[in-house]
Design a protein around this ligand. Structure first.
Ligand SMILES: Cc1cc2nc3c(=O)[nH]c(=O)nc-3n(C[C@H](O)[C@H](O)[C@H](O)COP(=O)(O)O)c2cc1C
Length: 250
């Protein structure tokens, strides 16, 4: 199975357990609104990983994956033939649509709240399932299929993890997602992070003094998201600099 991209397409994933007041949801919605204005709705796909969780991988998912790995390069349309029982067929039926969406997307936009210094379990469940052996490698040529895919990760954190701050080393979101997507084949220049920080300053008395910092961070994140959404796909890599695409409090 190959991806058949007909013009720009956006896969938009949210993973916040919060609803309307979620910072990541607001920022990804802003990106998606601008993107749809520019490119239309035909290529737009939305998944709310918190509202409709991707099932955790099961023993049958693992056994099917191991069998596929033992066969070497297995085209996606032949994986079903390797399923040994109904449980493995069920796992594959849950997994293939997610892989197909990812392969079809020219841009993947992900809202990622920081939960306990890392990513929400809802997003991790999607990552574990979509990362099926060989899913993003061309079965004919061995080429990495996501090399041209743009990935925009929009995070929100209650605290601040910017370089030079006391909690810099506690940020396991950015290094994890950076390693994950580049290992999956996304070119580093096509991977963008936007961070809104100190989002809890308005709720937590101990953080109240950081309210101006929070407002600045959110404003920078809005600008960064707007800028990224407006860039033509081909111009993204060339235009990228850390300053342009990473909004932080400092
Ligand atoms: C379960 C949970 C765990 C959290 N863990 C952290 C954390 O480790 N560090 C942090 O800075 N904020 C943490 N927060 C605060 C969120 O990162 C913050 O509220 C952020 O704005 C959430 O994104 P959202 O507004 O899109 O829901 C946590 C919030 C929740 C609900």
């Amino acid at each position: 199975m190959r991806s058949h991209r007909q013009g720009p397409s956006l896969l938009h994933l949210d993973s916040s357990a919060s609803g309307g007041d979620s910072v990541t949801r607001q920022l990804t919605a802003r990106y998606a609104d601008i993107w749809r204005c520019l490119h239309g709705s035909a290529g737009y796909r939305y998944r709310d990983l918190a509202a409709e969780p991707v099932p955790l991988v099961s023993p049958a998912f693992v056994s099917l994956g191991v069998r596929v790995e033992r066969h070497g390069m297995v085209p996606l349309h032949k994986v079903a033939e390797l399923a040994a029982d109904p449980a493995e067929r069920h796992e594959w039926a849950l997994t293939l649509p997610l892989i197909a969406e990812m392969r079809a997307a020219s841009t993947v936009l992900i809202g990622v709240p920081m939960y306990n210094f890392s990513v929400p379990a809802a997003l991790k469940a999607w990552i574990d399932r979509v990362t099926f052996p060989g899913a993003f490698v061309d079965e004919g040529t061995g080429d990495r299929l996501l090399r041209e895919t743009t990935v925009v990760v929009v995070t929100a954190r209650g605290g601040c993890y910017a370089p030079g701050t006391p909690r810099e080393g506690f940020d396991f979101q950015t290094p994890y997602l950076s390693a994950y997507f580049t290992d999956l084949g996304v070119a580093p220049e096509n991977l963008h992070f936007v961070h809104a920080e100190m989002t809890r300053a308005g709720d937590v008395p101990a953080l109240a003094r950081f309210t101006p910092l929070a407002a600045d961070s959110l404003s920078s994140a809005r600008s960064a998201v707007t800028e990224l959404a407006r860039l033509p796909a081909a111009g993204r890599a060339a235009a990228r600099t850390p300053e342009k695409t990473t909004a932080r409090t400092r």
